[in-house]
Write a protein that binds this ligand. Structure first.
Ligand code: CA
Length: 253
């Protein structure tokens, strides 16, 4: 009987020891889970942490969420923050450079809720995102963006004039600054263009040189044409040449 009692007590002690050791390991293993739980949390950061993404990543996200296309070459993304209108928030111009004549142009405006909205998406390949020459026409700040288009044997630089009106992007004029055409033998040409905006009128000149197939030899005297536009409160609309002729006749008289 004594031996049985000793065995029973020893067994009880072993059991107790077993429970203690088991609790100890459970406590440790619970501790070991903590970092895993933190990792899971890290995979889905709270909204406040998402708002702290680098701006370039945020812009890429807005383009994917708000853009018209299914896919974008986001590796070619660049942007500038810039003041384009009369509200104090900066607007954002972004561009995607997808190759020689491929690209997109975006303008984002900050809404009343502080969220940036995509207000313009154009298939323009823009080599300089910072817009040029803001013109004050009827108190509207008008900007210039030059887009490079073309294809095989054709290379065109086209100016686009635009402004923001209460969060709306409005293109008011477009015209060529340069055009090289070497697509077909016997009809190569070079176009050089320029424009000026003066007191609500826009003057656009184009000079065309016909070239031999070597793209150097001029085969005819250059031809220059002038087109005149007047701002109608919305866009620059062409002024009829008869109207200009009548004005010219009056000036001569
Ligand atoms: Ca602004």
């Amino acid at each position: 009987m004594k031996k049985k009692t000793i065995t029973f007590i020893a067994g009880l002690m072993l059991l107790l020891l077993g429970v203690l050791v088991s609790n100890h390991f459970n406590a440790n293993s619970t501790g070991a889970h903590s970092p895993t739980e933190r990792q899971v949390v890290n995979e889905e950061p709270p909204a406040s942490a998402q708002a702290e993404l680098p701006l370039r990543d945020q812009i890429a996200k807005w383009i994917v969420e708000q853009g018209q296309r299914d896919e974008y070459y986001l590796e070619g993304l660049s942007y500038v923050e810039i003041q384009l209108d009369t509200d104090s928030e900066l607007e954002i111009i972004a561009g995607i450079d997808g190759g020689v004549h491929l690209g997109q142009f975006f303008v984002f405006d900050s809404g009343a809720d502080g969220e940036y909205k995509l207000i313009a998406e154009k298939d323009w390949k823009v080599e300089q995102l910072h817009p040029g020459m803001a013109k004050d026409v009827e108190l509207k700040m008008i900007f210039e963006t030059v887009d490079r288009t073309g294809g095989t044997g054709v290379d065109v630089y086209e100016a686009h004039l635009w402004y923001l009106d209460n969060g709306e992007f409005k293109e008011v004029w477009n015209g060529w600054l340069k055009g090289r055409n070497a697509m077909l033998a016997g009809s190569h040409s070079l176009l050089a263009g320029s424009y000026q905006v003066i007191e609500g009128w826009l003057y656009h000149w184009e000079t065309v040189f016909k070239l031999a197939d070597d793209d150097v030899t001029r085969t005819a005297p250059p031809q220059t044409t002038l087109k005149v536009y007047r701002f109608n409160g919305e866009v620059f609309e062409p002024v009829e040449s008869t109207e200009l002729t009548e004005a010219g006749n009056k000036a001569v008289k």
